[in-house]
Design a protein around this ligand. Sequence first.
Ligand SMILES: [Zn+2]
Length: 132
Amino acid sequence: MTHDNFQEKLSEWLDGELDASMSAAVASHLGACPACRREAELLRRLGPALFRAPAAADPRATEAFIARVMSRVEADAVSLWERLSARVLAPALGLALAALMLSIALPGPDEDAPLGVAAVSIDVETAFEVAP
Ligand SMILES: [Zn+2]
């Protein structure tokens, strides 16, 4: 067997999965090959870390995490509402109020005038003719 063949067998050798003669051959190669000894040592150290079961989540930590996320979400929702009311809702409300005041100040539509946009434009013209 070559050095590469032995390196491929190192993991199985560490796990005790090789038969007696192959295990003895790997052990003999390790005695003569510093590179394979280093590789075997690395695998021996990494194995438990790689295959260790993940620690169970602490329920208190999970609840604290959820509480932090929810407080951020609620804070963002409030600030979004504040931004909307300052930039969009207040001007829109002002515009709506101005339109309402204008519709109250101007004379009502003609009885014969059609409803809708055409009726509003006729009212504006009538208002300018009457005012001065
Ligand atoms: Zn080797």
